[in-house]
Design a binder for this molecule. Structure first.
Ligand code: UD1
Length: 341
């Protein structure tokens, strides 16, 4: 049976993508996760939602020996979807070396293994943070990449460069680089969603935790040159992002790719301010949020949103969920967590 290896499969986007793979394809799935920012409960939730089973391995992808000893036993791997990475902008500002070490060593090791084993299809989690403070909005895949604002964003730029050079050196190796904008929300079942082990740094989990009294929300700056002074982002539902991975996988496997490395923006194309995101949440949850306005956060770009026409055309992908639906699903998930505790 053809197998897809998903790294970071217990994580936020990884777990939602495994759900899509198990429900929309016949591939066997093997997840690798060392639970550095996730728990095994995600696997149980995936199995409950899909009614399907998959294999899971627990090791650190920075350990090259482990990759070899554990993965060379698996037969017929036809693709790797590489999610596993550290992903916090502020944490990367405080601990840059941790980010370079973890995000780049794991990528290098995995690419080396893929090359040795002739696993020719590779999907990489990139990020809109590669654009930095872009000169033009919306950003297209051809928009010039500016200096990254954070080590996190820089590891994504370097990761893309590494894959580009590997693809140049080996024309038979195929990669898709998916530049996520701001993935938010949760599976519509309300039974799985974002589950950061520590205090979250991302806006939407902070919003939902604030609504249940478990966190407090500060808006990082209201003096930017934007329509209401707060930063602009392109929030996109995590299940839309997951769906794009399945489409990217078929794109590679069915050899529809025109070049051996393809880059796609995954966003809705709508720029939404922090204050607009908060009011959408307040509307769908019927809860007033207590928040304060604070100073700007180091490493934040002012505004970024996607031109997603290339992904629509090439991958035949269309994001389905509105901002209100994203917020409602995140809220449903938070309420599930509340019931469980
Ligand atoms: C960044 C990356 C994104 C990546 C994500 C992973 C950029 C432009 N985007 O998202 O590609 O997927 O990290 O973590 O670098 N905010 C507040 N108060 C809070 C938290 C956030 O006001 O307590 C604001 C931020 O200033 C920002 C927006 O909310 O304007 C979204 O922040 P966040 O959810 O942390 O994501 P990004 O940093 O945009």
């Amino acid at each position: 049976m053809q197998t897809i290896v998903v790294t970071g499969g217990a994580g936020y986007i990884g777990s939602h993508t495994i759900i899509e793979l198990l429900t929309k394809t016949n591939f066997k799935v093997v997840s690798i996760d060392n639970f550095s920012n996730s728990t095994e409960a995600a696997y149980k939730r995936i199995k409950e939602i899909t009614g399907k089973d998959f294999d899971a391995l627990n090791f650190d992808l920075c350990d090259e020996q482990q990759i070899h000893s554990q993965l060379s036993k698996i037969k017929d791997i036809i693709g790797i979807i590489h999610f596993a990475a550290f992903k916090s902008v502020p944490e990367s500002m405080a601990h840059p070396l941790l980010y370079y070490q973890n995000n780049l060593t794991s990528l290098n090791n995995l690419l080396k293994f893929a090359q040795e084993q002739k696993i020719m299809n590779f999907i990489f989690s990139s990020s809109c943070s590669v654009y930095g403070n872009a000169d033009e909005l919306p950003v297209t895949e051809n928009t010039a990449l500016k200096t990254a604002e954070s080590p996190y964003g820089h590891t994504k730029q370097i990761g893309e460069d590494i894959i580009n050079f590997v693809c140049k050196a080996d024309p038979a190796f195929n990669a898709v680089l998916l530049r996520y904008f701001n993935p938010v929300g949760a599976h519509l079942s309300g039974n799985i969603g974002e589950f950061p082990l520590n205090r979250p740094n991302n806006l939407v989990p902070i919003i939902t935790q604030t609504a249940v009294g478990k966190n407090s929300l500060t808006v990082f700056g209201n003096d930017f040159d934007t329509r209401d002074g707060s930063c602009i982002r392109d929030y996109i539902h995590v299940s839309d992002i997951a769906d794009a991975h399945v489409k990217a996988l078929y794109y590679l496997i069915e050899k529809k790719n025109k070049k051996n490395v393809s880059v796609f923006n995954l966003g809705t194309g709508n720029g939404v301010s922090v204050l607009e995101a908060i009011s959408s949440f307040e509307k769908v949850s019927d809860k007033k949020l207590n928040y304060t306005i604070g100073s700007r956060r180091e490493g934040d770009v002012v505004a970024v949103y996607a031109d997603n026409s290339l992904a629509k055309k090439e991958l035949n992908w269309t994001p389905k969920y509105s901002l209100d639906e994203m917020m409602a699903s995140a809220w449903k998930w938070q309420q599930t967590l509340e019931k469980e505790n």
